[in-house]
Structure formats: structure tokens, C-alpha cells
Design a protein. Structure first.
Length: 202
């Protein structure tokens, strides 16, 4: 799937927020796994800063949360290369469903994103910046899963911008493919298909 002009402008804007310098050693933020359709208040509470920025850690493994560099005109999102590790103050994994083998959001996915949009406009979060990461299970080829995870992260980001008026400068995206499963023992498990949201601070 090629990016249209709107998506290219989204990526260019997102690149501005994705400059997060790696800091010295600090306690890791634990990734919170949220199933179902959480309320806007639950999402606001989960994404509110809990400590100084640090790398995101889950089950003792530090995840390399890396945003893409802005692509050249006409370059698809999959060609964007990662930059530096991202420092986060909070991180959650959401079950945002898409149509099978597609980046089209399901009704459940839209409901989750509607509540997320409300949370991002709350008093506690309205000045914060966020990174959205798409993840897939291990079904299918690695390259295909990488591109699909990118497209799904972009779809979620675009929905928040278009539907809820979230400033594109507050949002960035990255696709992780199948590389960082929540359940490494079951790489095809449904829980591995998710979108992670990280609070990058103000």
C-alpha cells in the first residue's frame, strides 16, 4: 500500500516528536496490558506519567521502541528506518482489532480508539506526546508482518487525528512486526496482535 500525500505529511510531522535522546540508567516503565474496551478514564489513568522517562521494559526485556525517520517524498512507510530508543513515562498494550489481514479498523477497534481520543484530550494528557507501535503475530512472512504492523499503527494514528482532532505533532508511529511478542512461547497467539501506546512526556 502506497502512502498518499496526507500520510506523508503525517509521517513528516510525527518525525518531529520522535527525537527522544537515550538517557542514563533509570527504572523501566512496566508495560500494562489492557484487554477489551477500556473506558476513557481507564486509559487516561494508565497513560498518566508515573515516573521520569525511561526505556519500556516487559518481563525483564527492554524493548527498543524506535520511531521512523521521515521518508523521502513517495517513499512508503515500510522504508522508513528507526532512529534512537524512545524514553517513555508510561506504556500500555491495547487490543485494537482490525479486519483480517487488513489495516481496516473493526468496530471494536474504533470504540477503543474513540476512548483513547478522549483520554488524549484530558487535562492530564493534553500536552503530552505519544508513540503508537503496531505489533503482529508470527503468521505469515516476516516482511509482510512488518509492513502490516506499520499500516495498522498509521491507521490508528490517522483515526485519532481525523476523528478526534489530535494534533499530528503529538503523535508518532512505528511498526514492530512479529519481533516483540507478548507471549514468546506462543508467537501466533492473538494477544501478540496489538497496538502499544507510549507517553513520551511534554
Amino acid at each position: 500500500m502506497r502512502l498518499d500525500a496526507f500520510r506523508v505529511s503525517m509521517i513528516a510531522a510525527a518525525a518531529g516528536l520522535a527525537v527522544a535522546l537515550a538517557a542514563g540508567p533509570s527504572p523501566a516503565v512496566e508495560l500494562q496490558i489492557i484487554n477489551g474496551v477500556p473506558s476513557a478514564q481507564q486509559l487516561e489513568d494508565a497513560l498518566a506519567p508515573k515516573q521520569p522517562a525511561s526505556t519500556v521494559k516487559f518481563r525483564g526485556i527492554t524493548l527498543g521502541n524506535q520511531p521512523p525517520k521521515p521518508p523521502s517524498p513517495g517513499t512508503p512507510a515500510s522504508a522508513a528506518q528507526p532512529a534512537q530508543p524512545i524514553q517513555a513515562t508510561a506504556a500500555i498494550a491495547l487490543s485494537i482489532n482490525f479486519d483480517f489481514n487488513s489495516d481496516k479498523l473493526s468496530p471494536q477497534g474504533l470504540q477503543v480508539l474513540d476512548n483513547l481520543g478522549l483520554a488524549l484530550k484530558s487535562e492530564r494528557l493534553k500536552t503530552m506526546r505519544f508513540m503508537m507501535e503496531g505489533h503482529s503475530d508470527s503468521k505469515g512472512a516476516d516482511d509482510y508482518n512488518q509492513k502490516l504492523s506499520e499500516r495498522r499503527a498509521v491507521a490508528a494514528m490517522e483515526y485519532l487525528i481525523a476523528r478526534h482532532g489530535i494534533d499530528s505533532k503529538r503523535l508518532g508511529f512505528a511498526g514492530k512486526g512479529e519481533r516483540e511478542p507478548l507471549d514468546p512461547a506462543n508467537p501466533e497467539a492473538a494477544m501478540n496482535r496489538r497496538v502499544q501506546i507510549m507517553n513520551l512526556g511534554s
